[in-house]
Design a protein around this ligand. Structure first.
Ligand SMILES: [Zn+2]
Length: 420
């Protein structure tokens, strides 16, 4: 008689169920054939939350919320006085978003809970699946409100009077959302957490291009924003000789070229973007008086990021010929490195399932950035088509989504049983 190998917990991940749940969610706020518009605290966001709550109650999970309407679905552990292990992401989307950004992390977490039920597995610690409020920041700015308040990096009061483009204040949208959710409890899932793991589509092209199943995320790169303003003198484009020109555009082009040269790196880890430029008076036959542009600079290494930021400042300090130049820093978010033990736990879960892996930093911000400041954190990336996201064309293969959920459930069990 041959003994059949005992099934692994991850074998209970149901690819069809996970895919169906994505399509059910995508129907809420659907735009066109594949797009989603489910902005934070909107009718659509509330409907999606209520659907998740209904699924959770059918499974007998406890549903909780907090003052900023972060939504927690909790599968109890053997000892519920122990701090929870959390996983999740966000339900809200960009106005012209796709079917996977954010919601995948929530649904992969929910799949992990269902998988544990189906496998008949208990864990020592409770496991909470979280939908963080307003990750995208497209309706109410800034982004990552829910996770930043949960982690104590920001205060709820800072956000209550923020309005959307129609003038609706956040406090009203928040009250409607809180009233609409049939929750069982408030505030039992709170810091400290034992650990946090977020599954997300990569939103970049690396995994797909290399045919890799799982991205083991080592951290989130840092971001610096600068606004550079160059001031010249407007004059007639045809009559003003070179010696008499204070041409803000010529000075801006020169400064941009110097900055681009200064941040040229060999390993292409730097991300440098000038995404906005304003020209005054912005007339084809007038020399520009003012050119104002932004620089978005990102790098996973704090020292290198600082070096490049300093290079930008010293180029501005060196002046702009006959023009004035000023440099204002608008945002400084240092890179975050996930703890080696957490990265290892994700990696070994994937390897034990015979999935191929690569370690990579996240190019985009995620809720995990704030969780990393209060508990051991890591992320799991799965491939997405052409690296496209924030776009209705966003697509991830059902089998890739299921692979990520398998790695997630194996990782959660280890963390919830203190086996790492
Ligand atoms: Zn996202």
């Amino acid at each position: 008689m041959t003994l059949k190998p005992s099934p692994r917990i991850a074998d209970f991940v149901d690819e069809q169920r996970l895919w169906r749940r994505h399509m059910d969610m995508a129907a809420i706020g659907a735009i066109g054939t594949d797009g989603v518009n489910r902005q934070a605290l909107s009718r659509e966001d509330i409907a999606a939350r209520c659907m998740l709550i209904e699924w959770a109650h059918r499974r007998g999970y406890r549903v909780e919320t907090d003052s900023i309407a972060n939504l927690f679905v909790v599968r109890p552990g053997r000892n519920n006085t122990l701090s929870a292990v959390a996983t999740g992401s966000h339900i809200d989307s960009q106005p012209s978003g796709g079917r996977f950004d954010g919601i995948y992390g929530v649904l992969a977490g929910f799949e992990a809970l269902e998988c544990l039920d189906d496998a008949g597995v208990e864990t020592d610690r409770p496991i909470a699946v979280v939908a963080w409020t307003n990750e995208e920041g497209s309706r109410f700015a800034p982004s990552t409100m829910g996770s930043s308040v949960f982690a104590g990096a920001r205060q709820l009061d800072d956000f209550l009077n923020v309005t959307d483009s129609g003038g609706a204040p956040l406090h009203a949208a928040l009250a409607t959302t809180l009233d609409s959710m049939a929750v069982d409890a408030t505030y039992t899932v709170a810091p400290p957490l034992k650990a946090y793991i977020e599954a997300h589509i990569e939103q970049g092209p690396v995994l797909e291009a290399r045919g890799i199943d799982i991205g083991v995320v080592t951290g989130i790169q840092g971001v610096r924003w600068f606004e550079i303003e160059i001031t010249g003198r407007s004059a007639h484009a045809g009559t003003t000789p070179k010696a008499n020109r204070s041409d803000a555009m010529a000075a801006a082009i020169d400064a941009i070229n110097r900055v681009r040269l200064a941040i040229e790196d060999g390993d292409e880890r730097t991300r440098f973007t000038i995404g906005r430029m304003e020209v005054v008076p912005n007339s084809p036959n007038t020399i520009a008086e003012i050119v104002r542009f932004t620089i978005d600079l990102r790098h996973p290494d704090a020292v290198e990021l600082e070096t490049y930021a300093n290079a930008i400042r010293s180029i501005c300090d060196a002046g702009a010929g006959p023009c004035g130049i000023s440099c204002r820093e608008l945002l400084s978010q240092p890179p975050c490195s996930f703890p080696e033990l957490m990265v290892d736990t994700v990696e070994s879960a994937a390897t034990s399932l015979s999935l191929s892996t690569i370690r990579l930093p996240s190019g985009a911000m995620h809720d995990a950035l704030f969780l990393a400041s209060i508990c051991p954190t890591s992320m799991i990336f799965v491939p997405c088509r052409n690296g496209v996201s924030h776009n209705p064309a966003e697509f991830a293969e059902p089998s890739h989504l299921a692979n990520g959920a398998r790695v997630l459930v194996e990782t959660l069990v280890k963390l919830a049983n203190n086996e790492q």
